[in-house]
Design a protein around this ligand. Structure first.
Ligand code: NAD
Length: 454
């Protein structure tokens, strides 16, 4: 999708014009085209910092170095190149005075942090804090992290926060790989919760590289757009992917499957027999299902005053009722295997609401409530369930928006540009890996830290 301002800012003459006019100059975001590397942080310069009494630092060092990162700590500050990755163990922040460690770690490097750098801050879970002051200190780190994300965003850098439970520090590996890796391009200013509530998968299956070999995946609404990008990404990690879309899209669906190496399934998820057909299909063909991505979704935008009842019903039927009906059968009949991963496409509209989208926003917020409620019910089976809320993503849908609305959507975020379907696919894919077993019940936005719903 063409972003004129980005093209202009990327050319030698255009960059001058952009500067002269005082326009934002979005940088080219680093993105990966391929599957995960065996060493996802190879040759990246890393710095680790710690608040007093931080309890995750040793684990974080091991993870970073095992992933191929190079420590900058051995070099004198002036001789060292700018860091590509900064990881801060703030789990020991329990009083206001502990905050000084954040300043002391980040401040000296702020002007030298590389383009497309990655920052991950690890904090204690506020719910586990020993008193209200400690809870405040832990929660306050989110304000720091989100503000830092806004400061570094124009450089294409991402800043994210992982709240980690004391007994879940050993679940940080996948989290570090993703949030310090190239795949997190358009995910910034987010806070995830890493806990031990989901039963751990077999250790051998925890690896990030080739993580999905032998897994069977269903992606709904995947003839095009975000669904297609997600299916393609899951195939790259070795999953056997079934792409589902409406019968009317059969030809495009077939072309997509041919192009990415997936199998088509023409079906309307809102048809009354869809749940039964899906259960029979996966049990008979594959003996079960490991990954379910509920991506299919529609909009029928109008103000509530002008909205026809039919538009209301269509959106609720497809985005909400159909998803519940399918899950009810796949879960109760245990078609979804132990250790399965379930991901739901929500939206920033579901986080913050949006003009003319009362129907759509209700269904997308419903996904946020659903994953939060289901997470503990599915945890003992090792099933992880999360929602992903995209912001402005460059798809056919957003291309059709009026020029001004599109430009506003593109620029009102920390990286001053729209995301790509691939960016959403990266986050969904990470959540489908065994290594994401610490995260369940969360909603993570992939919006370049969009200001809407910030
Ligand atoms: P899209 O319209 O390009 O693709 C959606 C696909 O779902 C289409 O192929 C469509 O045929 C299919 N579909 C619709 N109804 C179906 C049904 N009843 N049964 C089976 N398939 C059906 O949309 P997209 O932009 O790729 O968005 C994918 C998901 O992400 C949606 O749930 C959407 O709400 C969400 N989302 C998108 C954006 C964005 O900026 N593009 C932002 C926030 C959320």
């Amino acid at each position: 999708m063409s972003d004129l301002l980005m093209k202009l800012a990327g050319s030698p003459i255009g960059a001058g014009v952009v500067k002269l006019l005082g326009l934002p100059a979005p940088v080219e975001l680093a993105r990966s085209k391929g599957p995960y590397a065996a060493q996802p942080l190879a040759r990246k310069n890393v710095l680790l910092g710690r608040s007093p009494n931080g309890y995750a630092i040793d684990r974080l060092w091991v993870i970073a170095l095992d992933a191929g990162a190079v420590s900058l700590e051995t070099l004198p500050e002036n001789a060292a190149p700018g860091p590509d990755i900064l990881i801060m163990d703030a789990t020991g922040c329990t009083t206001p005075s502990d905050y000084r460690a954040l300043y002391d770690f980040f401040h000296p490097w702020m002007r030298r942090i590389a383009r497309n750098a990655r920052v991950l801050i690890v904090a204690g879970l506020p719910a586990e804090a020993k008193d209200p002051v400690a809870a405040a200190a832990a929660r306050g780190i989110e304000g720091f992290s989100r503000s830092l994300a806004k400061e570094l965003g124009p450089r294409g850098a991402t800043v994210n926060l992982a709240y980690v439970a004391r007994d879940a520090v050993d679940r940080l590996e996948g989290v570090v790989h993703f949030f310090c890796g190239i795949q997190t391009s358009y995910v910034s200013g987010q806070a995830v919760h890493v806990t031990s509530r989901v039963t751990a998968p077999a250790l051998a299956a925890l690896r990030y590289h080739e993580a999905l070999k032998g897994k069977v995946a269903l992606v709904t609404g995947s003839a095009r757009g975000i669904g297609r990008a997600t299916a393609e990404r899951l195939v790259q990690e070795g999953a056997q992917v079934i792409c589902l879309d409406v019968p009317a899209a059969s030809q495009v669906l077939q072309e997509t499957c041919n192009a990415i190496g997936a199998k088509p399934l023409a079906m309307d998820i809102a048809s009354p027999d869809a749940p039964r057909q899906l259960a029979d299909f996966f049990r008979q063909r594959f003996g079960g299902l490991d990954i379910l991505v509920h991506n299919a979704g529609i909009t029928r935008d109008k103000t509530l005053a002008k909205m026809a009842g039919k538009s209301w019903d269509q959106v609720v039927d497809i985005n909400f009722s159909a998803v519940m009906a399918i899950d009810q059968v796949l879960l109760s009949e245990q078609v979804l295997r132990d250790d399965a991963r379930m991901v739901y496409l929500s939206s920033i509209s579901g986080v913050a609401g949006n003009f003319g989208q009362t129907n759509y926003a209700a269904t997308k917020a419903a996904m946020i409530g659903y994953v939060a409620a289901q997470a503990s019910l599915l945890a003992t089976r090792g099933i992880g369930i999360n929602a992903v809320a995209p912001g402005f993503i460059e798809t056919a849908m957003t291309q059709d928006m009026p020029f001004m609305a599109r430009e506003i959507g593109r620029r009102l975020n920390s990286v001053k540009q729209g995301g790509k379907p691939r960016d959403v696919a990266e986050l969904v894919t990470f959540l489908c890996t065994p290594g994401a077993y610490g995260i369940s019940g969360d909603t993570i936005r992939v919006c370049g830290q969009g200001l809407i719903g910030a």
